[in-house]
Design a protein around this ligand. Sequence first.
Ligand code: UDX
Length: 443
Amino acid sequence: MAQVHRIAVIGTGYVGLVSGTCFAEMGHQVICADRDEGKIARLQQGGMPIYEPGLKELVSSNLLAQRLSFTSLISDAIVESDIIFIAVGTPTEDNGDVDMTQVNSVIASIAAYSTTSKIIVMKSTVPVGTGRWVEEQLKSLVAAHLDMHVVSNPEFLREGSAIEDTFHPDRVVIGADHPEAGARIAALHAPLRTELLLTDRESAELIKYASNAFLAAKISFINEMAHVCEKVGANVGLVAKGMGLDRRIGPHFLNAGIGYGGSCFPKDTKAQLKLAQNVDYDFKILRSVIEVNHLQRERFVHKIEQAVGNLNGKQIAVLGLAFKPNTDDLRDAPALDIIAALKDRGAIVNAYDPVSTGHAARLLPEVNLLTDPYLALNEADAVVITTEWEDIRRLNWRLVRGLVKQPLIVDGRNIFEPEEMSRLGFTYVSIGRKTVALDMVTS
Ligand code: UDX
């Protein structure tokens, strides 16, 4: 392999932990730092703070090979590295402003502990202009003989397939104003054999927001189409398929459902809208994307209400809590809002999720959280599907038919063919498709 770099990754959240582990797997010497001592202690023992397929195994083998280490002393990580990735949280405040507290604190540490020159790589999603500002800050704070170059390298990994996305990305974007620093970060990614797009820092920072905003727009667009489909008796799945076959459109991110959630789309769309406002631009499409996504959750609750009738005292089995499958992440998960609305209407909610019921208790204190889906389904007046987990698709639905009080499924993720569920004896309500009831089409 090419040169082995000494890399520090600051922040062991999703992005930091996955990126650091993957760089170690590529043969580099990686030290991951986080101020959360409990999390670091757990990681040092091979325990995982998040659920991500394949990550535990990759962390363990790299710990064993001594290419990967964890520390709660950020100073150690800074001293022992030439390249520092910043991967701390940048939450969005209610008004869309990005909270930069954690980034600022890392910058202060880099300034305080650097005794050699560094390349600082910004992985955290930050407002345009941050890279330039950080570099100016650092240069004013460290000794004059130290070089401090800040490079923007946004991440595009999806939870649930983060390792695959890291090793096989569609592209790697590197925004640098200093050509040598940009070239070193490009060389680091060369083994990934993918398109390396070298840009100025501002463009790289904006590519991240633009990509997420565009994907969110595709989702809101198809969700709006789903409503039109329901009105005219079309099938949104087929409409999306027909659209997606056009290579200019592409098949991805056209699954109608209950809208997007998670740690990125909701926060990044709001931040991008605010960013535009700050430069006196009203980004109308994006405003609608966000509004449609919000409405999608409300409309789904209305759909449940229409199907069940008065929800007061009704027992509702909610299947799926995470914002999407293969993750335990509940951040801005549509299921949380939907459950809250069901509770407001007096429903009794029994919820199942294959991995996140453990830490859902804090967020959903008045919900019966079950690790056995069949217990959640027992005597239910309606089954509501909110995450398209394979475990949920594969339940024995014939058995479920015998367990529930009312054979009614309201599916927010379109995981079944309507006719199939009708044949099993369910009334099946989904998104943007005809409702079927016991072998007959009702609307
Ligand atoms: C996203 C981006 O894909 C990734 O590039 C970025 O780095 C972080 O944000 P992630 O949040 O992990 O990744 O999930 P993603 O798979 O993109 O899904 C986001 C949300 O959109 C989920 O709630 C998902 O259910 C929803 N979605 C996605 C749809 O409703 N329909 C679709 O067709 C696709």
